[in-house]
Write a protein that binds this ligand. Structure first.
Ligand code: T4K
Length: 431
C-alpha cells in the first residue's frame, strides 16, 4: 500500500510499491480471532497524491508571484485544461462542488421544485433547499444507480423548473432522454458530475451535457485540488454570469451587477488540480486494474456482485460499488462493513440512508419512501470498497478473500458480531 506521505509516481510504478498486506495471510478472520488483514487502514477516498516535486514547483511559483487567489494564472490554466479535457466551451472553477451546484442552480433561475435523485450525496438536495427550492425526490435505475428517466416525467408539476441529475459512480445518466424531457417541458437540466470527471458516453466526454455540469475536485475524488469544483457549460452568457456570481457579483471595479458569493478557487488548489490532471491517465489505468481485481476476487462469492461498467462508456473507475444480497450471502451489507472494520478496511455505506430519510428533507416529500423502492433497496445493499493509488491489486486479493471467507462462515460471523464488544465496530452494528 502506498503511504499518504509518499510522492505519487505513475500508476504503473505504483504496482511495485510494497503492499500493506500482512505476511501472515492465513484465512482466519480478525472477527473470529485471526490477525487483521492490513497493518494500515484501507480507506474509500484516500487522496490520489500527484507528483510532489511538480506540485511544490507550482506552489513556489504561486508564492514567488504573491498572487494567491482571485483568478490568478494557476486557476486560469486549470479552467483551460478542464475545458479542453471535457470539450466544454467554458469552465468556471469554484472552491468546491457544493458551492458550484448552488451557483449553477441560482444562475439557471431554478425555483419552486426541482427533480433530483434521493440516492446521492446530500450536497444535491442541500444545494436546492438552501435556496428555498423543494427537492422532489425521484427513484433511480437499478443498474446504473442514476435517475430513472421513466419516472422523471411523472414528477413534473406546474412548479417544476428543473432537473438536477447525478452521474453517480461515474455512470453517465441517460442524457439524451433527460434533455428531451427538459426541452418538452421548457425546464432546466443541470448535471452533478462530481464523480464523473474523465468519463465519456458514445465518445463524448461528460462536461457539455444539459445547461451545465458541475465537477468535484475534493481530496477524496479521482482528481483532487485539496478542495475544489468546476462548473462547465457551452453557454457563454451563463458562464459570464457564473463568473460574476462566484466573485461576490462584481462585474467591474466597484460594480456589483449580480447577487454573488465568494466561490473562488485558490491558486494553491489550482496548482494541486493541475498537477493531479497530469497523472490522470495513470490513475485511470491503476483504477481499472483494481476494478478487475475486485471483479475476479468476488466473482464466485454468493450474494456479492461488483457493479460492471457499461462498455459504451469510458470510466474513471473511481468507485468500487458492490451490491449485497443478504439472502444469498448470509450476511447483510452492514455486517460485512463491520467485519471489514476489524480487518482495517473502512468500507463505506454510500449513500445511506436515502436523502429523503434525512431530517432536513423528510418534510419536503413525506410519502417519498413508498415511491422510491430502488433507492430504499440500494441504500441497504450498496457497499463501497477502497481503491485508488493507495490500494494495490495484492491488497484487493486479500480483501476479497476475507469477504469470501466471511460469506463461507456466515453463521459464525453473525454470531461473533452479536457478541463482539470491540469499540472499532460501527455504532449501527453495536447499537
Ligand atoms: N455530489 C456528489 C455526488 C458527491 O459525492 C459530492 C461529494 C458532492 C456533490 C459535493 O462535492 P464537494 O462539495 O465535496 O466538492 C466525502 C467527501 O467529503 C465528499 O466530497 C464526497 N462527495 C462524499 C461522497 O464523500 P465523507 O465524509 O464520506 O469523507 P471522509 O472525510 O470520511 O473521507 C473518506 C476517507 O478518505 C476517510 O476515511 C479518510 C480518507 N481521507 C479523506 C480526506 C478528506 C484522507 O485520507 N485524506 C483526506 O484529506 O465525505
Amino acid at each position: 500500500m502506498q503511504n499518504c506521505t509518499d510522492a505519487v509516481v505513475p500508476a504503473r510504478r505504483v504496482k511495485s510499491i510494497k503492499s500493506n498486506v500482512r505476511s501472515n495471510t492465513a484465512d482466519n478472520l480478525a472477527l473470529l480471532g485471526g490477525a487483521a488483514a492490513f497493518t494500515e487502514t484501507l480507506h474509500v477516498g484516500r487522496p490520489n497524491l500527484p507528483n510532489r516535486q511538480r506540485f511544490m514547483q507550482r506552489l513556489e511559483g504561486v508564492l514567488d508571484s504573491c498572487r494567491l487567489t482571485n483568478f490568478g494564472p494557476q486557476v486560469v490554466e486549470f479552467e483551460q485544461r478542464v475545458a479542453e479535457l471535457t470539450g466544454a466551451a467554458h469552465c468556471v472553477a469554484t472552491c468546491n462542488a457544493t458551492t458550484g451546484l448552488e451557483l449553477a442552480i441560482r444562475a439557471l433561475d431554478m425555483a419552486g421544485e426541482v427533480i433530483v435523485p434521493s440516492f446521492t450525496f446530500v450536497a444535491d438536495p442541500a444545494a436546492l433547499a438552501w435556496q428555498g427550492i423543494t427537492p422532489v425526490f425521484c427513484d433511480v435505475d437499478p443498474q446504473s444507480h442514476c435517475i430513472d428517466v421513466a419516472r422523471v416525467e411523472a414528477a413534473i408539476t406546474a412548479r417544476t423548473t428543473g432537473i438536477l441529475a447525478v452521474h453517480l459512480w461515474g455512470n453517465v445518466c441517460a442524457v439524451a432522454a433527460l434533455q428531451d424531457i427538459a426541452d418538452r417541458y421548457n425546464i432546466k437540466l443541470l448535471f452533478d458530475a462530481a464523480h464523473a470527471f474523465g468519463c465519456t458516453v458514445g465518445g463524448r466526454a461528460v462536461g457539455s451535457f444539459g445547461d451545465a455540469e458541475v465537477f468535484s475536485f475534493h481530496a477524496t475524488k479521482f482528481i483532487n485540488a485539496f478542495e475544489g469544483g468546476a462548473i462547465v457549460t457551452n453557454n457563454a452568457e451563463l458562464a459570464q454570469r457564473l463568473r460574476f456570481m462566484t466573485n461576490f457579483g462584481f462585474s467591474a471595479e466597484d460594480e456589483v451587477s449580480h447577487l454573488g458569493v465568494n466561490g473562488k478557487m485558490s491558486e494553491a488548489s489550482a496548482a494541486m488540480g493541475l498537477t493531479s490532471l497530469e497523472a490522470m491517465s495513470d490513475i485511470i489505468l491503476h483504477n481499472a486494474d483494481n476494478h478487475q481485481a475486485y471483479v475476479r476476487g468476488l466473482a464466485s462469492v454468493p450474494g456479492v456482485r461488483v457493479m460492471q461498467r457499461d462498455p459504451a462508456q469510458q470510466h474513471n473507475f473511481h468507485y468500487i460499488v458492490a451490491e449485497i444480497d443478504v439472502a444469498a450471502a448470509g450476511l447483510s451489507r452492514d455486517q460485512l462493513v463491520a467485519m471489514l472494520r476489524l480487518e482495517n478496511v473502512m468500507a463505506r455505506r454510500y449513500f445511506h440512508p436515502g436523502c429523503h430519510r434525512m431530517a432536513p428533507y423528510r418534510k419536503f416529500y413525506a410519502e417519498a419512501s413508498g415511491t422510491l423502492p430502488v433507492t430504499e433497496a440500494l441504500s441497504q445493499n450498496v457497499l463501497v470498497l477502497p481503491t485508488g493509488l493507495a490500494v494495490s491489486t495484492a491488497d484487493i486479493s486479500l480483501l476479497t478473500s476475507r469477504i469470501a471467507t466471511a460469506v463461507e462462515q456466515a453463521a459464525s460471523v453473525r454470531l461473533a458480531l452479536a457478541r463482539c464488544q470491540d469499540a472499532r465496530l460501527p455504532s449501527f452494528i453495536t447499537a
